[in-house]
Ligand binder design. Structure first.
Ligand SMILES: C[S@@+](CC[C@H](N)C(=O)[O-])C[C@H]1O[C@@H](n2cnc3c(N)ncnc32)[C@H](O)[C@@H]1O
Length: 197
């Protein structure tokens, strides 16, 4: 039998030990489920704007729990659940924002961002890009969140993180940081959950 290379062998053994592997459209769905259990994000009938939706784990989780769901990504969804309005494009692009505006038909109770850049391998560049995506999500929350609404935003610990947290703390009344169990222990990702007055 052919021997596996070191990296594919490590990948396989990580997959075999991973309780979340292969159980949903994406592992991300479990992270959102865990955040929802802790913060009761989808309690009540909410309108949600989801940024960074592809391949669609969060969308699959949110669609049956929301009155209206607008999902946005540079890439298509694997499936578009019934009742979901999908907008293809860059969440920072004004033409895409026009489509979001039209699809929301008003404000949102929940703005969620799981956006992450395509990793280049250059840590400085990747961290700067991920912080730009946090800025983009905070701007979307400022524009569309209803009073009393909530922002959930993925962030990567590293350069710019403390400054972004200061900005979020200044704009929201309560902010918590959470690392759901489904988020890989070695990853620098955390989620900020922020409540608007
Ligand atoms: C970690 S994945 C999201 C996983 C998704 N939440 C799920 O449950 O399947 C990050 C996504 O962010 C998207 N993304 C990155 N930059 C973006 C941007 N400027 N506008 C919209 N989506 C973006 C990427 O295309 C990618 O699909």
């Amino acid at each position: 039998m052919a021997r596996r290379s070191g990296s594919s062998g490590r990948w396989l053994s990580r997959q075999q030990r991973d309780p979340y592997a292969g159980r949903a459209v994406s592992r991300a769905l479990f992270k959102l489920e865990q955040l929802d259990k802790r913060f009761r994000l989808t309690a009540g009938s909410c309108v949600a704007l989801e940024l960074g939706a592809s391949p669609g784990g969060w969308t699959e989780y949110l669609a049956p729990r929301c009155r209206r769901l607008v999902a946005v990504d540079l890439l298509p969804l694997a499936n578009t659940p019934r009742g979901t309005r999908f907008v293809l494009g860059d969440a920072g692009d004004p033409r895409v924002q026009e489509q979001i505006e039209e699809a929301l038909c008003g404000g949102a109770d929940l703005v969620l961002s799981d956006m992450a850049p395509n990793m280049s391998g250059n840590k400085v560049v990747d961290q700067a890009r991920s912080m730009e995506l946090v800025e983009c999500a905070v701007a979307a929350a400022a524009r569309w969140l209803n009073p009393g609404g909530r922002l959930v935003v993925k962030m990567f610990q590293g350069a710019g993180f403390d400054e972004a947290m200061l900005e979020i703390r200044a704009a929201f009344v309560r902010v918590a940081l959470a690392k759901p169990p489904a988020s890989r222990a070695g990853s620098r990702e955390v989620y900020a959950v922020a409540d608007m007055e």
